[in-house]
Design a binder for this molecule. Structure first.
Ligand code: WQD
Length: 326
């Protein structure tokens, strides 16, 4: 959406393994213009080669990856094949079709349990799960390609914790099954799909004993991608930047903000820590501001407001009828 609003022509390529055509229809409804769509799996090398040969893309934004930390521990080979082999196929298709600009959706998970916060881009990289390992390897594949071919340029975006929904309330997070992540779980408690939130750990060395993260609104995240595409199209060099607000927010602080915004009580129970979790991770986002002129504009209240606006109007996610009220 942000790309279209800045005048770019967009084609979405997705296997739909973790999404639905519904999102596409709603995107077109919100933008009021057509958006190209191709159902393709990056693991199908011939198909991605054909797709890139058929279109004359100026740049690619690579979002395609399985992204559940817990699931990656159960199915590491599926994650390596989907995320890493899929990326190799994409890079080979880009080279074959002459597309030389890539924005990559990476993750703060490559920092593991950081030695210090806020986290800078030159912090030690240390992965703690197969999902994080695939993100680090994908970064390294892209970095090596850029080293081997100076005409190929990439922007590596390390997301902290994306949350929220489009301001229209028509497009939002709709995880299949039990949500792994905090915000969608809170939303499902608020609409009565879950009876209470389990808070993983109340004894961390943080402001209130619960985990601290850097939550960033998906709208801010989207804008950073457009800024990165424009950066690659108009200037030289590659970049790696953190995308976060620079503010750490605890689990209970997020719960409290959500209750204030939604007017709904979020019952919770503090239980044992979740294996692999770290106490506190939040970004130093100053490099993104310096290189892209980008900084997050939405605060936690806006994140909770938009997440609630989406979930309250679509309690069953995309299975709910589209409720369109501007
Ligand atoms: C946030 C906080 C939990 C659920 C993961 C990935 C990361 C990125 C974002 C893709 C933690 C606590 C959570 C719950 C809870 N994904 N929590 N009860 O683990 O920081 O990051 O998602 O790029 O790569 O690692 O996000 O939302 O799962 O957890 O108490 O039911 O909420 O312990 O402190 P996380 P999260």
């Amino acid at each position: 959406m942000a790309l279209a609003e800045r005048g770019h022509r967009v084609v979405i390529a997705d296997s739909l393994v973790n999404s639905s055509q519904q999102v596409l229809w709603r995107l077109r409804h919100v933008i009021g213009a057509p958006i190209g769509f191709e159902q393709v799996d990056l693991c199908d090398k011939a198909a991605i080669m054909e797709l890139l040969a058929r279109h004359r893309f100026d740049a690619v934004i690579h979002f395609a990856a399985l992204k559940s930390v817990g699931e990656s521990c159960e199915r590491p080979l599926d994650y390596f094949e989907n995320n890493i082999s899929g990326t190799i196929n994409l890079l080979q298709a880009m080279r074959a079709s002459g597309v030389r600009r890539l924005v990559f959706s990476s993750s703060a998970t490559v920092y593991g349990d950081p030695e210090r916060v806020p986290v800078r881009e030159d912090a030690r990289l240390q992965v703690t799960n197969p999902y994080g390992r695939t993100k680090l390897v994908m970064e390294q594949l892209i970095e090596d390609l850029c080293r081997s071919d100076a005409s190929f340029r990439a922007a590596n975006l390390r997301y902290f914790n994306p949350v929220g929904a489009h301001v229209s309330g028509l497009i939002g997070e709709d995880p299949g099954g039990t949500p792994n992540n905090l915000m969608p779980y809170i939303c499902q408690v608020a609409v009565g799909r879950r009876d209470r939130l389990r808070v993983f750990g109340g004894d961390y060395p943080t402001v209130d004993g619960t985990g601290v993260r850097d939550y960033i609104h998906v709208t801010d995240l989207a804008r950073a991608h457009v800024d990165a595409v424009d950066y690659l199209l108009r200037s030289e060099g590659n970049l790696t930047v953190n995308l976060g607000t620079g503010q750490g927010v605890s689990v209970l602080e997020l719960v409290q903000a959500f209750e204030q915004v939604s007017g709904r009580a979020i019952p919770y129970e503090v239980v044992d820590r979740r294996p692999g979790d770290v106490a506190a991770v939040y970004a130093d986002p100053s490099l993104a501001q310096r290189l892209l002129g980008w900084r997050a504009q939405c605060d936690v209240v806006a994140m909770c407001r938009d997440a609630w606006h989406w979930q309250s109007r679509h309690p069953q996610g995309y299975a709910s009828p589209m409720r369109d009220r501007r």
